[in-house]
Design a protein around this ligand. Structure first.
Ligand code: ZN
Ligand code: ZN
Length: 429
């Protein structure tokens, strides 16, 4: 197969990659060593702001809390949004790297927790900073506007919405497309795209069912919420087994069930916490409906004195890549990366990135880049031990190899952005 030639703008812009490689790697190591939890990305945001200013980029800070936006305005033309998330997780790092995090913070409950960039968001930031710098210093090669969005609080699912609520749209010209990437446990140097539903929608639901408390020896005086909750948990298993079309991926997990304090006291309520994953809004709505119907029905069957309370929290939207947008990104990747670019399966994880393009009413594409040492990955693959031997996101052992992950992430952002940005105006026009 002969590949289409790499557009000359891509080759020229990326010919300066060597000038950003060192500082971008240093920036990455510094972020990795100094992670911050969701909504607390103050030092991270300050470092990003300083770097963008050094790259001669229009800077907006404090968007939706700690969010940072960099704008490279370069004449009339398409407007491309590139997004990176920047928060870390309450995980104690066990990588043994010389730039491993030893950071601890006191959480809301007064407990000391370790903090680690266990999802690779530090890599996303370094890649985007490198890409924006390359685009900002090669303005003669393209026309349009590049919008770099550094989003807080992806892990809590509310950072993207916070930026929208914080006035993100008002800072920007009309955006044409939004692009984002995530480092994954795959061989470093590869990029993968997937059209359509790519990451699941996730919801957490807390249900409180009400009974009537009584002495454990007098069940006749009670409406027992323990039995009620138990019935609900069993009956909820029929949502996926009996109501969902076979082959449609849906998860309904009861992760927490709490009731009572003592063996001889019938409590007056029980709390059930569920996690729900789905790959279409229709399935999500049908699943939530089914849960509600089962809970309300069981409450009636038990003679519950008041209706159940529902609290939907930690909602992550479905990430559904626009097919046309994804095709354009995939074609640009194939042209640049050759056989290092390919299809990626849909992932069971969830993301809140799509809240931004959805609010702006624009198409988007979210792709994956590998972060695992290629040799390590090959050995694990040959031994059939990828699942056992390759640390995944959120693991205390997850840390991408800096190269070729960093180069690939910078290249992917530049290549995809230039698939939209216009060529420079010819002389004399
Ligand atoms: Zn994560
Ligand atoms: Zn992540």
């Amino acid at each position: 197969m002969t590949l289409p030639p790499v557009p000359s703008a891509v080759a020229t812009v990326l010919s300066d990659l060597g000038t950003v490689r060192t500082w971008a790697a240093d920036f990455y190591r510094d972020l990795h060593a100094h992670p911050e939890l969701s909504h607390q990305e103050h030092a991270t945001a300050a470092k990003i702001g300083a770097r963008l200013s050094a790259s001669d980029v229009e800077l907006h800070t404090g968007v939706g809390g700690t969010g940072v936006v960099g704008l490279v305005r370069n004449g009339k033309g398409p407007v491309v949004m590139l997004r990176a998330d920047m928060d870390a997780l309450p995980v104690a790092e066990a990588t043994g790297l010389d730039y491993a995090s030893t950071t601890t913070v006191t959480d809301g409950d007064g407990r000391e927790v370790s903090v680690m960039h266990a999802c690779g968001h530090d890599m996303h930031v370094a890649c985007l900073l490198g890409a924006v710098h390359l685009l900002a210093t090669s303005r003669s090669r393209w026309r349009g506007t590049v919008v770099a969005v550094f989003q807080p609080a992806e892990e809590t699912g509310d950072g993207a919405r916070a930026m929208i609520d914080g006035g993100l749209a008002g800072l920007l010209p009309e955006v044409d497309v939004a692009l984002a990437q995530h480092v994954l446990p795959a061989s470093a140097g590869v990029v993968g795209t997937h059209a359509g539903p790519t990451l699941s929608a996730a919801d957490s639901l807390r249900i409180t069912v009400h009974g009537r408390g009584a002495h454990g020896s007098m069940p006749e005086a009670s409406v027992d919420p323990v039995v009620l909750a138990a019935m609900i948990v069993v009956r909820l298993q029929t949502v996926v087994a009996r109501e969902t079309r076979p082959g449609e991926p849906v998860v309904v997990t009861v992760g927490s069930l709490r009731a009572g304090t003592k063996s001889n006291v019938i409590p007056d309520h029980a709390v059930i916490e569920l996690n729900i994953r789905s790959y279409s809004e229709q399935t999500r709505a049908a699943t939530l409906d089914a849960i509600r119907r089962i809970v309300d029905g069981e409450c009636r069957a038990s003679g519950s004195p008041s209706p159940a309370d529902y609290d939907l929290f930690d909602h992550f939207p479905l990430t559904e890549n626009d097919p046309e947008t994804t095709q354009r990104v995939a074609a640009a990747f194939t042209s640049f990366f050759g056989d290092r670019s390919g299809p990626m399966p849909a992932q069971s994880a969830s993301e809140d990135f799509s809240d931004i393009p959805t609010a702006l009413g624009i198409p988007y594409c979210y792709w994956g880049i590998g972060g695992t040492d290629p040799q390590l990955y090959r050995r694990a693959e040959q031994a059939g031990r990828v699942a056992q031997d390759i640390p995944v996101n959120h693991s205390a052992l997850f840390a991408p190899v800096i190269q070729p992950t960093l180069d690939t992430g910078i290249e992917a952002m530049v290549v995809a952005a230039l698939a939209w940005l216009a060529p420079p105006q010819a002389a004399g026009q």
